[in-house]
Design a protein around this ligand. Structure first.
Ligand code: AMP
Length: 215
């Protein structure tokens, strides 16, 4: 199963990716997670990516594509993968197509989770996650039992630096301008599935599961 998970920031891609990983044992490739890890480790990649991320902009295509190409070439991806947050531009989508074609593969489903803009802003500005186990909470919708402390592992809960004020607005704008045209792209390739993400995350997953089981 070669799956692309799409949707604006705050649509719930990470939550659904966790469900999908558990159900279908797919390797989960999140470009956002890869960049955040590189930033926290202070690598060359992290230094390059940080300024774009802090501004709510996309990291340049060349850099992003190289990382994904290397990751998709690894053995664990040959039987399937779940790409989360990639592609985000038409150039990335075309590059992905070329990379997969080299090994006779293609994207089989582009799952697009949509959520109204005002809900996205509320979700993003209230989003906090555990520094240790990465479990995500929301201060309004799904708060932890003890403020600032992870229910699962007791780790510290922090807000992503790009979930604040202006950066959130920029990320949503960048999504509209650069990523939303990909919906047409995957529709033309007859692999687009639109999902209403403004529901309980389990309900959203139930629908995604049915789509994947039907592939
Ligand atoms: P995410 O966790 O997917 O919301 O990604 C966080 C940030 O990482 C984005 O706002 C971008 O700055 C960067 N990023 C993640 N994926 C990509 C991508 N496919 N292309 C360019 N930049 C990306």
């Amino acid at each position: 199963m070669n799956i692309v998970l799409m949707g604006p920031p705050g649509a719930g891609k990470g939550t659904q990716a966790d469900f999908m990983k558990a159900e279908f044992s797919l390797p989960h490739i999140s470009t956002g997670d890869i960049f955040r890890e590189a930033v926290s480790q202070g690598t060359e990649l992290g230094k390059k990516a940080q300024e774009y991320m802090n501004a709510g902009k996309l990291v340049p295509d060349e850099l992003t594509i190289a990382i994904v190409e290397e990751r998709l070439a690894r053995k664990d991806c040959l039987q399937g993968f779940l790409l989360d947050g990639f592609p985000r531009t038409t150039v990335q989508a075309e590059a992905l197509k070329r990379v997969l074609q080299k090994t006779g593969r293609k994207v089989e489903a582009a799952i697009n989770i949509s959520v109204p803009q005002d809900i996205l802003i509320a979700r993003l500005s209230g989003r906090i996650s555990c520094k240790e186990c990465k479990t995500v909470y929301n201060t309004s919708y799904s708060p932890p039992t003890r403020p600032g402390i992870c229910d699962k592992c007791g780790g510290e809960l922090i807000q992503r630096s790009d979930d604040r004020g202006e950066t959130v607005k920029n990320r949503l704008l960048v999504y509209q301008e650069q990523t939303s045209p990909l919906l047409d792209y995957y529709d033309k390739h007859k692999v687009l599935y639109n999902i209403d993400g403004n529901r309980d995350s389990r309900e959203v997953f139930y629908e995604i599961k049915e789509i994947l089981q039907g592939l």
